[in-house]
Design a protein around this ligand. Structure first.
Ligand code: PYC
Length: 318
């Protein structure tokens, strides 16, 4: 019987499961090297931790690994129901809350290494967590995508941007961003995602292989204290319950590139369930660094049991 110790949390509604003990040994190397080993040899561990029956489609796992740099508190590899993520904003906020809960870090700033670069956590005295994300930027503006919708061919236009993952960001789509429409929004964004794949539309292939695997719709905020509301489709067809940390970073980069968000000004992004991230950008050496602030709450400390006699010991893999 293999035992895996985890701490669960949610960040503005989106779950994170941090593996604190019992994870695989990924060997030496950078966090990117360890992520490659994880992808090639331990996909069973990914699905055992986050897929049903122990996990659920929206759950993001976080494996704590050794960092290459001595100034980092740890490295982290994020994963979901279909594979590894390059980075994860809500997950990094959840990791910060978890490390604080475990007494491994206190208030102040802490560097964490991801496969795509360093992220800095800031743990506030009030328990709030902010992250300084990887440099974020727009790769292509106003890219048309043809897709099948309700039996017809349709076209949308959107930007392709990097915020730690690749996003296709669409503002003109004719959909109402309301929780009661989540099923339709999921199908609509999935149809766009299929259109992106069919057309071979990619980001810069040097980062996360360039696959544009997140689709983000924007619309007017429902809350009076926010500038915008979003719906974010993740790679495994789950929608993000939070406003998506890497997705909000990609949005901030586009707003800044369009001259619509000056350095230091707050952008409050509402999620489809009404939770909020507050984002800001600063420019360093010509690069846009987004800061994303949100709340994370610990929901469980548990031991997962992996019994080799269980036909679904490695999760349900469809
Ligand atoms: O917060 O960056 C994020 C994220 C990516 C996928 C799910 N959440």
């Amino acid at each position: 019987m293999r035992r895996v110790q985890v701490v669960d949390s949610h960040t503005e509604g989106e779950p994170t499961r941090v593996v604190v003990d019992g994870g695989p040994d990924l060997g030496p190397g950078t966090v990117a090297d360890q992520a490659a080993a994880f992808r090639e040899r331990f996909d069973w561990f990914r699905s055992a931790v986050v897929n049903e029956p122990r996990g659920s489609d929206p759950m993001v796992g976080a494996l704590i690994v050794p960092a290459a740099s001595a100034r980092a508190v740890c490295g982290v590899i994020f994963f979901n129901n279909v594979g590894l993520l390059n980075a994860c904003g809500h997950g990094t906020i959840g990791l910060g809350a978890t490390l604080r809960h475990l007494g491994r870090i206190g208030t102040g700033r802490h560097v964490v290494e991801t496969p795509v670069g360093e992220v800095t956590l800031e743990i506030g005295a009030d328990g709030g967590v902010a992250i300084d994300n990887v440099p974020s930027w727009r790769f292509a503006k106003d890219v048309p995508v043809e897709f099948e919708w309700q039996g017809r061919s349709a076209v949308v236009r959107g930007d392709i941007a990097w915020g730690g993952n690749w996003f296709y960001l669409v503002s003109e789509h004719g959909q109402e961003l309301l929780a009661r429409n989540i099923e339709t929004l999921t199908n609509y964004t999935w149809a766009i995602r299929m259109g992106l794949e069919r057309a071979g539309i990619k980001g810069d292939e040097r980062l996360g292989r360039g696959q544009v695997d997140h689709v983000e719709l924007f619309g007017p905020a429902t809350r009076a204290d926010c500038q915008s509301k979003n719906f974010v489709l993740c790679p495994g067809k789950a929608y993000d319950r939070s406003p998506c940390g890497t997705g909000t970073s990609a949005k901030l980069a586009c707003l800044h590139a369009d001259g619509r968000l000056a350095e230091g000004l707050a952008w409050r992004q509402e999620s489809i369930i009404g939770s909020v991230f507050e984002g800001r950008v600063r420019v360093e050496g010509g690069k846009v660094i987004p800061t994303i602030r949100g709340g994370a709450w610990i929901t469980a400390e548990s031991t997962l049991l992996l019994d080799e006699g269980d036909p679904f010991v490695h999760g349900i893999r469809l």
